[in-house]
Ligand binder design. Structure first.
Ligand code: ADP
Ligand code: MG
Length: 458
């Protein structure tokens, strides 16, 4: 991994770096041309003073000095005008013509100062100051690669030497100037290439940093994501725990109370049946009603009781498909009454430690809810399948679905949206699933609901 990172950082395209450098050069050319253009007015003013003093007649060098200033004005003005047309918003739009255009400007400046020093300055002052300034300015302001730098300084130095030889009559001064010019060119070349290298390195370093920052940001993002996933997982587990706790508490209450309630209820029912025989036939229906209500209360109590394991769960090795098949006749009868099409898809699943009665109960409760969600009929599907680590029982209906805000209440005892509902069916299912070390998940939409019951393969 480290090896790759290293390679990746080093292989940053040289082309991009070159483009950035040229872009910077272009911007500087623009500024320098404007500065030189306005500076030229001062030179022209000095030329005017020289003329007034009569220097132009004494020394023809002053003529040439004036013409050279005119040339400088024209060239810088040309650059200013062209720059009005060239607009380069970013380095990656730099073209070859931009590059040539910038190099040409430096070439002009260097040649210009070479001619000034080698030819005109020899006539007036006998020095090479202008060339020194030109070389230093180009070396410091612009960054060119080694080849271009060599070409620029080489050509300007040659021009300087030629004009020196032509114009300087004093052999001592000429020789001194040869030496000075050579030194200047060498020093400028080194300064220029050194600055170019530094600039390159600086850019490379910046890109590396940018890369590193992006990479680190990505890593942080990933860590953050996994952390938030973990947190929501934990929250879900906590909610589940609270639900199970509640189930346990209710189960214990149910276990202790139901006994006390059921016994007197049985007694009352017995007496009601006795009394019913002795009463007028017209009152009989009241007794029937009372007995029916008692039966209903009793069945609610039974369901309530089965939330917790008051009777011990009997785990034996069974196949889930067998239990489903054995329960099918009951479900099919219900389906017919309900105008529902029942589809069953039982895939091969391995045997599991299951309590037959409880799994039947679980299946029936889920199926019953499915039927109740489709009062006008529809399709109900029971499916089993297994993955590497789990066996899954799926019950899906084409009913009305469950509102999102009610989802987390599912399985809470007595939570119901039905007029005649007890709100115990799902609580029982959750209890059974948890005793089987399994879990239940729900997918729902206005087109229907699917309950998944997962049993872990140990
Ligand atoms: P009950 O069926 O007595 O209302 P349950 O515990 O079985 O109690 O279900 C609780 C509630 O969950 C139901 O009242 C219903 O709102 C919702 N519900 C359960 N299963 C489904 C389903 N298949 N489709 C739509 N709603 C459902
Ligand atoms: Mg129900």
């Amino acid at each position: 991994m480290e090896f790759f990172k290293f390679q990746h950082l080093n292989e940053y395209p040289e082309k991009v770096i070159e483009e950035v450098i040229t872009y910077d050069n272009l911007m500087r050319t623009r500024k320098l041309s404007i500065i030189l253009f306005f500076l030229n007015f001062i030179y022209l003013f000095i030329d005017h003073l020289n003329r007034a003093k009569g220097l132009w007649i004494i020394n023809d060098g002053y003529h040439y000095l004036f013409y050279s200033h005119i040339i400088l004005s024209l060239v810088t003005l040309l650059y200013i005008l062209v720059f009005k047309r060239i607009i380069v918003p970013s380095p990656n739009e730099i073209t070859f013509s931009h590059k040539s255009y910038v190099i040409l400007f430096s070439f002009f400046i260097l040649s210009f100062t070479a001619v000034m020093s080698g030819w005109i300055d020899q006539k007036i002052h006998g020095q090479i100051t202008v060339y020194i300034i030109g070389c230093m300015a180009i070396a410091v302001i612009f960054n060119y690669n080694f080849k271009v730098t060599a070409l620029l300084y080489g050509s300007s130095c040659a021009a300087l030497m030629i004009f020196l030889t032509i114009s300087q009559n004093d052999p001592n001064i000429r020789q001194g100037n040869y030496i000075n010019a050579s030194l200047i060119v060498i020093i400028s070349y080194f300064i220029s290439t050194l600055l170019y290298k530094l600039k390159q390195q600086n850019l490379r370093h910046n890109y590396c940093l940018e890369d590193l920052v992006t990479e680190r940001t990505k890593e942080l993002q990933a860590a953050n994501d996994s952390l938030s996933r973990e947190i929501s997982e934990r929250k879900r587990a906590e909610i589940e725990m609270v639900k199970l706790d509640r189930l346990n508490l209710i189960g214990e209450m149910a276990a202790s109370i139901s006994h006390e309630v059921r016994n007197p209820m049985t007694t009352v029912k017995g007496f009601l049946q006795l009394l019913k025989k002795k009463q007028d036939p017209k009152d009989k229906e009241f007794f029937d009603l009372m007995i029916e209500e008692l039966d209903r209360a009793n069945s609610i109590l039974s369901e309530f009781l089965s939330i917790s394991s008051t009777k011990p769960t009997i785990f034996e090795l069974h196949n889930l498909n067998d239990i489903v098949t054995a329960t099918l006749p009951l479900i099919q009868a219900d389906a017919q009454n309900n105008d529902t099409v029942l589809t069953v898809e039982l895939n091969n699943v391995p045997d599991l430690q299951l309590d037959i009665q409880e799994i039947r109960q679980l299946l029936l409760n889920l199926v019953r809810n499915g039927f109740e969600a489709m009062p006008q009929g529809g399709q109900l599907k029971i499916r089993t399948f297994s993955s590497k680590s789990e066996v899954v029982l799926v019950v899906s209906d084409g009913g009305i679905g469950i509102e999102q805000c009610l989802l987390e209440k599912l399985g809470t005892p007595f939570f119901t949206t039905k007029e005649q509902g007890t709100g115990l069916g799902l609580a029982v299912c959750y209890g059974i699933a948890s005793r089987h070390n399994g879990r239940i998940s729900v997918e729902t939409s206005p087109k229907g609901t699917t309950f998944y019951v997962y049993f872990e393969l140990s």
